[in-house]
Design a protein around this ligand. Structure first.
Ligand code: ADP
Length: 201
């Protein structure tokens, strides 16, 4: 008589280790936090390309692909910001379970929000990367014209202007984009990242 409780091995989901071995890398989440205009997206894009060129498989998650899609029903209230981060963290966890290095680019302005992400993703798979540029420099760059609008009162609760940014106290990596070029920023992240993503043979 067949026993339905016994599943042969080919019925089971492959494990994260199987995916990591196939991709020849260890998966983790690089969580980039910083003011708007500090350089998160620019570094994320350049880092993804560098990883790709060196044979690593990664995925950038940012406001463009998350808030425009799965989170398009969320605003910027405290509750919605938390839900935004919760969903991003759960999605990141799925990517990491699939062996993928995940590069997250979100302002994530408070310690509470970043801790929530770290808790969902798991501390050992989470590297906090502080993309640090002074408000003056970010405002002078004003890549998307948002600071001008915030100063004019057209955007409320804008991080750095009328909403706080709590700098990470003990980030895994800190990149000061006031002083570094994009290339130098990526170099610095790669040095730290390689220690974690290389599969030990
Ligand atoms: P964010 O994603 O944090 O809002 P962006 O990446 O959109 O910021 O914008 C950052 C701006 O700063 C870009 O115009 C970029 O060219 C410039 N920049 C200058 N130096 C750096 C650096 N070291 N790293 C990243 N961006 C830099």
């Amino acid at each position: 008589m067949a026993d339905n409780n016994i599943h042969p091995v080919f019925d089971r989901l492959l494990q994260r280790e199987d995916k990591e071995a196939a991709l020849n890398q260890k998966a983790l989440v690089l969580w980039m936090t910083g003011l708007s205009g500090s350089g998160k997206s620019t570094i994320a894009i350049a880092l993804e390309r560098r990883l790709h060129n060196e044979g690593y498989f990664s995925k950038v998650l940012d406001g463009d692909n998350i808030r425009a899609g799965i989170n398009n029903n969320l605003g910027f209230s405290d509750e919605d910001r938390k839900e935004n981060i919760r969903r991003i963290s759960e999605i990141s966890k799925l990517f990491v379970d699939g062996g993928v290095i995940t590069i997250n680019s979100f302002v994530s302005p408070t310690k509470e929000i970043r801790d929530q992400a770290k808790q969902i993703i798991g501390e050992s798979d989470f590297i906090e990367v502080f993309i640090n540029a002074s408000l003056e420099v970010c405002e002078a760059r004003d890549v998307k014209g948002l600071y001008k609008k915030a100063r004019a009162g057209e955007i409320k609760d804008f991080t750095g202007i009328d909403a706080p940014f709590e700098a990470p106290e003990n980030p895994g990596i800190e990149i000061k984009t006031d002083d570094l070029t994009v290339e130098e920023s990526v170099d610095k992240i790669m040095v730290e990242l390689m220690k974690k993503i290389e599969l030990k043979k």
